[in-house]
Write a protein that binds this ligand. Structure first.
Ligand SMILES: NC(=O)c1ccc[n+]([C@@H]2O[C@H](COP(=O)([O-])OP(=O)(O)OC[C@H]3O[C@@H](n4cnc5c(N)ncnc54)[C@H](O)[C@@H]3O)[C@@H](O)[C@H]2O)c1
Length: 352
């Protein structure tokens, strides 16, 4: 190897899957590690850079960096969100790639497919919240939305709440519900999964765990359907009526200061003066690290909203990188063989 050679590993989604990275426990332990590191002041977490191409549809590409000083790793997620994709083109809404660099010399160590990590992070954070905030004997889960986030959420919830045996799902198109039932039924044969033909109430009423993961901007989830003792994971934007949060006994966020400035239901309520700071129980990190109580009674209705903290993506992708590297999957990418002016044939290549 030449002294100035730079190489990094490339991992496709299939490499990551083949190495066993669709692992909810791996993701949850990376999230817990990241929360401890964040509390210890070991995380650099700059603002994300947002580029919106269509205000109406919110088609956008975001750039989200973060660094773990002690782990000696810096990463960035480059993620595109194109909400019309599924209906208009039959393509996924969200897609991402991730770059990881070491911070001893600042060189890249991995370039990888990032949708798996990103969706796994959403599911793992919802599941970690459920571990602390849902009734541990929860048997039923109801979904509004049957897309990629909903599917990952079901896997993640089943991992932390193995007592879940019944799942109902409502989406805009019946075909989506059918795909959800078929794909998830193969993965979770001990859960009875049923579509409701777009009947949102039928999907939610009586559910111990409720998930909304839609691309809608409408109050789809009604407070009257949310039973005492339930845990609600809100994944999308504005998708529940204000009364859902108003009747909750606890509201928990991944980071309330971040949520406040977004366009989620809770953000809208806060901006309208209808949800003051003191009505928020706290951030998930404080519950996970034992500074705040989680669920305190089987009757509490608990509302959880995560908008997504990119340092968690970097933590999970680093755990995926280590696992995939050790499996021998992936490709070696040559970034440079030597420094620019060291190339013996540079004279033949330059244009001046
Ligand atoms: N909180 C986070 O960290 C995070 C991360 C990624 C994505 N998201 C958000 O999660 C949401 C879902 O993302 P996805 O990738 O699963 O999208 P997707 O396009 O795959 O799925 C969206 C689902 O919403 C359903 N839907 C839309 N309007 C509806 C309506 N009126 N009634 C019933 N169902 C309706 C669709 O039928 C579809 O099943 C998006 O809003 C996305 O921005 C949140």
């Amino acid at each position: 190897m030449k002294q100035h050679e730079i190489r990094c590993q490339y991992y496709s989604q299939e490499d990551l899957l083949g190495a066993g990275c669709l692992d909810i426990r791996l993701a949850i332990s990376a999230v817990e590690m990241a929360m401890r590191a964040f509390e210890a002041g070991e995380v650099i977490f700059p603002e994300k850079v947002v580029q919106i191409f269509n205000e109406e549809t919110q088609e956008r590409i975001n750039c989200l960096p973060a660094t773990f000083r002690k782990l000696r790793v810096c990463g960035v997620k480059w993620v595109s969100v194109f909400p019309p994709n599924p209906v208009k083109f039959g393509m996924q809404n969200l897609s991402a790639v991730i770059i990881l660099s070491e911070i001893d010399h600042g060189l890249p160590i991995a370039f990888m497919e990032g949708t798996l990590c990103s969706n796994l992070r959403v599911g793992a954070v919802g599941a970690l919240a459920a571990r602390h905030l849902a009734n541990p004997q929860s048997r039923s889960i109801g979904f509004i939305g049957a897309g990629e986030q909903a599917k990952m959420h079901l896997l993640a919830m089943k991992s932390v709440l193995p007592s879940l045996v019944e799942c109902r799902v409502a989406a805009k198109e019946q075909a989506e519900e059918e795909t959800f039932c078929r794909e998830m039924g193969q993965l979770l044969p001990n859960v009875a999964i049923q579509g409701t033909g777009g009947n949102l109430q039928a999907a939610i009423e009586g559910a111990d765990v409720i998930v909304t993961a839609t691309s809608a901007q409408a109050p789809l989830l009604k407070a009257a359907w949310v039973k005492p003792g339930s845990f609600y994971s809100h994944v999308g934007g504005y998708e529940d009526e204000y009364a859902v949060a108003q009747q909750a006994d606890k509201i928990v966020c991944d980071d309330w200061e971040t949520v406040k400035h977004r366009t989620q239901t809770l953000s809208r309520m806060h901006q309208a003066g209808e949800l003051p700071d003191h009505q928020i129980h706290g951030n998930l990190q404080d519950i996970v690290l034992g500074h705040l109580p989680g669920r305190q009674s089987p009757e509490e209705r608990i509302y959880f909203n995560a908008v997504g903290l990119a340092y968690l993506d970097v933590a999970i992708s680093h755990a995926m990188y280590l696992r995939t590297r050790d499996s021998g999957l992936g490709q070696d990418l040559k970034i440079q063989q030597e420094m620019i002016f060291e190339h013996a044939h540079l004279k033949n290549w330059i244009r001046i």
